[in-house]
Design a binder for this molecule. Structure first.
Ligand code: FAQ
Length: 321
């Protein structure tokens, strides 16, 4: 009885300290007490973010062997390797919350954990490397710069480094499209056709409209998310329009129009049925993406076993000395 009372009192003190950290916009660190719901939300978001980076290597990995020049190949390889690194920082950040890598992997393969809808779209043309860099990395930066200030320390710190690399990714995509748009009529047509396919899915990366976003309110109260899905989407569109003018591409939305009174661009409705179909596993490439990830994991079993055997041997040596 006494123990239970003490525990409740202790929890109240810990909760008050957690609330103080959040209210003062300070960082919560792995050693700190945190409410279970906060821990769960972070594990959900960080692990899904990590899965997105790892699955996100596939649509571009598809073009490494077919890049049009040695220079483009080297840049693309570096970018895809960066995504692997982002996945690893993020898995490590999630592990500080008490979940292990094998469990996260199982959640990805069984569909219990999501990854970004955008990576279920296919990349049939070289111009798609430009669109992914410009639109997908552009949306990722817009969403992720505020996450550098996320209340959970390991997540915010991982995001700072990730964002630096993402801005190089965005610029290389923009430059691929710029070169195509300055090329032959066929190259210009290829760039425009690709932008037509990636534009709306990139806008949907920010998540459902605020009214249909069950997690936003609490995540914002905890200083994990700093802006709502719709606010970030609007910010991204406002940023894209002048960049599209420089490129000379048309954004495929006839309702896109500057609204002087709002100080923002108005835009047409998005097809949220398509978004939920992709989330339900019925996108262009869901099955292929997960199967490929599973095969890579299975094929890498011997590396994990060897690394474990080596670590065990080193430990035995240390204990013996
Ligand atoms: N795709 O209540 P909300 C990248 C789910 S990395 C799939 O609004 P929340 C770099 C959401 O999880 C891209 N699912 O949720 C790169 C929730 O379901 P749950 C990844 C989505 O968490 C570039 C449900 O819908 N970035 O691109 C999506 O508050 C090129 C209700 O939604 C991040 O993960 C979606 N688009 O807000 C790599 C950033 N949107 O979990 C390679 C961190 C929503 O309850 C190549 N994450 N859902 O079952 C976030 O900022 C947030 O988690 C949001 C969603 C904004 C994605």
């Amino acid at each position: 009885m006494t123990t239970a009372k003490t525990t409740t009192a202790e929890t109240a003190v810990e909760q008050a300290e957690f609330d103080r950290l959040i209210e003062s916009d300070s960082r919560v660190e792995p050693r700190d007490w945190m409410p279970e719901a906060y821990r769960k939300t972070l594990i959900r978001q960080i692990s899904q973010h990590a899965h997105s980076e790892i699955i996100g290597m596939q649509p571009e990995g598809n073009w490494i062997t077919r890049a049009p020049s040695l220079k483009r190949k080297a840049i693309l390889m570096a970018k895809v390797q960066d995504e692997a690194g982002h996945g690893l920082y993020l898995y490590s950040a999630a592990q500080t919350l008490g979940i292990d890598r094998e469990t996260m992997f199982e959640q990805l393969i069984t569909g219990a954990a999501k990854y970004s809808s955008i990576f279920n779209y296919t990349t049939p043309t070289w111009a798609d490397m430009g669109s992914i860099g410009w639109l997908v990395d552009g949306a990722a930066i817009c969403n992720q710069v505020p996450l550098c200030r996320a209340s959970y320390g390991p997540y915010g710190r991982a995001m700072t480094r990730i964002c630096k690399e993402e801005s190089f990714h965005q610029r290389q995509g923009f430059e691929i499209l710029l070169e195509l748009m300055r090329g032959t009529p066929a190259q210009r047509a290829m760039a425009q056709e690709s932008v037509n396919r990636w534009y709306a899915p990139a806008l949907m990366m920010f998540g459902p409209p605020d009214d249909d976003s069950p997690n936003s309110k609490q995540s914002m109260a905890w200083n994990i998310k700093r802006f709502s899905n719709d606010d970030l989407r609007q910010r991204f569109i406002d940023m894209l329009v002048p960049q599209a003018e420089v490129l000379g591409v048309t954004l495929p939305d006839p309702e896109l129009k500057w609204n002087e009174a709002r100080g923002h661009y108005d835009f047409g409705p998005l097809n949220w049925d398509e978004f939920y179909e992709v989330l339900a596993g019925r996108g262009q490439a869901n099955a292929q993406r997960v199967a490929k990830r599973k095969k890579a994991h299975d094929d890498g079993a011997w590396v994990r076993e060897a690394a474990r055997a080596y670590a065990d041997a080193r430990m035995e040596e240390r204990l013996a000395s």
